[in-house]
Design a protein around this ligand. Structure first.
Ligand code: KG4
Ligand code: ZN
Length: 333
């Protein structure tokens, strides 16, 4: 079955063609660079940029896959969570195509898409596993009992971990989004330069908190001269990462042990982080727990994960109603 995926929930315009739950024929991702000058995503600009790009990105995805509209069996698009104006562009484009070409349509939960990214990549991934969804908008620890069966174990009480990365990047004078740049700088910095607070690490829950860490970095930077900041930029990046990531690792490992889970996956933009992957691999292999993560273009927001999740949803529930509307605060469970 050939599935078209459309993703426009935030600042990536993406269209993909995927065969079944397996083979990615194309996955075109256009990241909107225009937001960099504002230091964060401007919702109204995001919607307009999606409108300008979506048809071209669709045509590129079709050309790369070497198919025409008549070859598509199923059309899927993200309907939440995300920015409402941005979601509406992809959702309406998908519904319009489905109506025009008389194809079934499935509206996809973006978070279920992130979960599907690991299923497409790792054919041996056990149905039952623990997944950490970490991005600019989410920090959630989810027990997956199989595709479509989820228990939310914990989530952030305030900022998402990716948001903290982006805010710290701004404080350090790096570009937006700054996660990848902090990752790169952190490799050459001193991780022990300063001990930033590990939010709610001692709490018994599987929840997270990043606003205190962000404020601690802001206060630290405020007290430095320009020269000191210049000299310690990489050290601050490295020390910030240790605080941000230790909580993720400690709570994920604890949840895996408590629930007797033998496999852990990462997904979302922050899942690309090299230090996080190193730390997780070390701690999980000590406990004989398998560890999986997608390649970078399936970590970040992309339409291949939406097509794969939509295909599975279609098999489970059949098509969605063409009246389905965007839901900005859509939950996974
Ligand atoms: O999943 P994603 O593309 O979009 C959202 O749904 O938010 O995630 C984007 C986030 C941004 O906050 C970005 O700074 C962060 O992922 N990110 C990283 C890395 N690459 C992207 N954070 C840490 N390390 C990275 N290598
Ligand atoms: Zn995402």
């Amino acid at each position: 079955m050939i599935t078209l995926g459309i993703e426009t929930s935030c600042d990536e315009t993406s269209v993909a063609v995927v065969r079944d739950f397996e083979e990615i024929l194309s996955n075109i991702i256009l990241s909107q660079l225009v937001h960099a000058g504002f230091g964060g995503v401007v919702p109204e600009i995001a919607s307009r940029e999606h409108l300008k790009a979506v048809v071209t990105v669709f045509e590129q995805a079709m050309a790369k896959a070497g198919i025409g509209p008549e070859d598509i069996d199923l059309i899927t698009a993200t309907y939440g969570p995300g920015l409402v104006g941005a979601l509406l562009v992809g959702l309406n484009f998908g519904k319009g195509l489905a109506y025009g070409y008389d194809k079934p349509f499935v509206a996809v939960n973006h978070l279920e898409g992130h979960i599907a990214a690991n299923f497409i990549m790792h054919k041996n991934l056990p149905d039952k596993h623990l997944t950490l969804i970490i991005s600019g908008g989410h920090t959630s620890l989810v027990l997956v009992e199989g595709f479509g069966k989820y228990i939310l174990l914990g989530q952030t009480k305030d900022d998402a971990v990716g948001e903290a990365y982006d805010k710290v990047a701004k404080l350090l004078g790096l570009g937006y989004p700054g996660g990848a740049e902090i990752d790169r700088l952190g490799k050459v910095g001193d991780r022990k330069y300063f001990r930033f607070p590990r939010g709610v690490i001692k709490e018994n829950s599987f929840d997270f908190s990043y606003s205190g860490l962000k404020t601690a970095v802001a206060l630290h930077v405020r007290d430095l001269s320009d020269l000191e900041l210049e000299a310690h930029r990489a050290d601050i990046a490295a020390s910030f990462q240790e605080a941000a990531l230790e909580v993720l690792v400690v709570k994920t490992v604890r949840a895996a042990e408590e629930y007797g889970i033998g496999a852990v996956t990462l997904s979302g933009g922050v899942a690309s982080n090299s230090r996080l992957k190193d730390l997780m691999l070390k701690k999980l292999s000590n406990k004989k727990i398998d560890f999986y993560f997608p390649p970078p273009d399936l970590c970040t927001d992309n339409a291949a994960m939406i097509a794969a999740a939509g295909y599975m949803r279609y098999k489970l529930d059949g098509p969605s109603d063409l009246n389905t509307n965007a839901i900005p605060y859509l939950k996974l469970v």
